[in-house]
Design a protein around this ligand. Structure first.
Ligand SMILES: [Zn+2]
Length: 69
């Protein structure tokens, strides 16, 4: 496998971003569980968004370091 293919490949960890805009903490959760958002996906969403941002930064950094221009 060439380096180029590695960069093109999607990360194996699937991160599903929560739908935007996010609900208020006391609203029903977007996933349809019937729970309030703060009791359901609020914390998970924060972690997911953080992980996605991290992954994007990593990808950008890898692009900058890439010898392919
Ligand atoms: Zn939920």
């Amino acid at each position: 496998m060439s380096l180029f293919n590695m960069f093109k490949k999607k990360p194996t960890t699937e991160l599903t971003p929560p739908p935007q805009p996010l609900p208020q903490r006391n609203d029903d959760c977007w996933c349809g569980s019937g729970l309030k958002y703060k009791k359901c996906h609020a914390d998970k969403d924060q972690q997911t968004l953080k992980a996605i941002r991290k992954q994007e930064e990593k990808a950008k950094a890898a692009m900058r370091r890439s010898p392919f221009r």
